[in-house]
Design a protein around this ligand. Structure first.
Ligand code: SF4
Length: 308
């Protein structure tokens, strides 16, 4: 499969997108936090990231969703820091404690090319929201050295529609989280009350760009939207609101990974309602809510129920 970004590159439009994205860093509005700091001068906002990207690790990954892994793996690049502050973050050493190394645009381009040369089906950008301009700069360099592998935008789902529009035609697969259905809970657990509203607008834009997930006959994702929803204990993730939104406002054919692997970490032990894993019953209820809403493309749902 040929990545969508090559068309923009050959039409000369990619350069304009890179320039526009970089201009957002001057008074940062890359994400909906709108910190308005000058990241080009090294100032930092909520994501604690200045002019350059920071990477924790990169490499072929076999633990992602089956359509991304295919036969030859998904090529993940884990970006350090995050625009969210989830008290229960399952990757908190990377997202909150800053584990990683600063990389130049050339080094980031090299990582993309390296993953392609290792045969990965896609370049899976993990937590890309706060470094979209840096990713686009690196992408341009990588294309000039032969990159043609599709991009996966794997975000926490707190993305700005304006920035997403810059990715139209560049990203082939969007894989955002839908973390919450309730703004008060989003405020308590991630420090960001308007998460549901922003998240729904972002999902709508992503779906407008790429549509439902298309999977080829070998089982590998080609293009489209894939949603992740992590079930939290005590109904804190608002599964009913999330699945009703997807089925009612996006598409009943939305591919959804309802995830059971929540475990307390980071600051979750100090919050009684978050201080345990979910039960079998809670997970089964989440699956049933999705099915009752009319969603029928649930990633590995049967397998996970049996595994409990
Ligand atoms: S990307 Fe970072 S600095 Fe920019 S608005 Fe978002 S949190 Fe603030």
């Amino acid at each position: 499969m040929v990545a969508g970004y090559l068309k923009l590159y050959y039409r000369g439009e990619l350069k304009q997108r890179v320039d526009k994205a970089k201009s957002l860093l001057e008074s940062c509005s890359v994400c909906p936090r709108h910190c308005q700091v000058n990241r080009l001068r090294g100032e930092m906002g909520k994501c604690r990231t200045g002019a350059g990207a920071i990477v924790s690790s990169y490499g072929p990954h076999f633990g992602e969703e089956a359509p991304l892994v295919g036969r030859r793996s998904s090529g993940t690049i884990f970006f350090t820091n995050c625009n969210l502050r989830c008290l229960f973050c399952q990757n908190y050493t990377i997202s909150q404690l800053g584990e990683g190394e600063s990389v130049s645009k050339e080094e980031l381009a090299y990582m993309m090319l390296s993953l392609q040369s290792q045969g990965c089906h896609n370049i899976n950008l993990v937590s890309p929201t706060h470094v979209v301009p840096q990713i686009l700069e690196a992408l341009e360099i990588a294309i000039e050295s032969g990159l043609h592998t599709p991009l996966v935008y794997n975000s926490g789902g707190y993305d700005s529609v304006e920035t997403l529009k810059l990715l139209d035609g560049i990203v082939d697969i969007y894989m955002p989280d839908m973390k919450y259905g309730d703004e008060n809970i989003a405020g308590e657990l991630s420090g960001i009350e308007n998460y549901p509203e922003i998240n729904r607008a972002a999902i709508t834009e992503m779906h407008r760009q790429v549509g439902d997930l298309q999977i080829d006959k070998e089982g590998t994702a080609q293009r489209g939207l894939l949603i992740r929803h992590l079930v939290l204990p005590n109904g804190l993730a608002g599964t009913k609101e999330v699945v009703n939104f997807l089925a009612g406002e996006i598409s009943r054919d939305t591919y959804v990974n309802i995830m059971s692997q929540y475990h307390p970490c980071h600051q979750a032990f100090q919050i009684p309602s978050l201080a345990r894993r979910i039960s079998t019953q809670e997970f089964q209820e989440a699956i049933e809510l999705a099915q009752q809403a009319g969603l029928h493309r649930l990633d590995r749902a049967r397998h996970l129920i049996l595994r409990f």
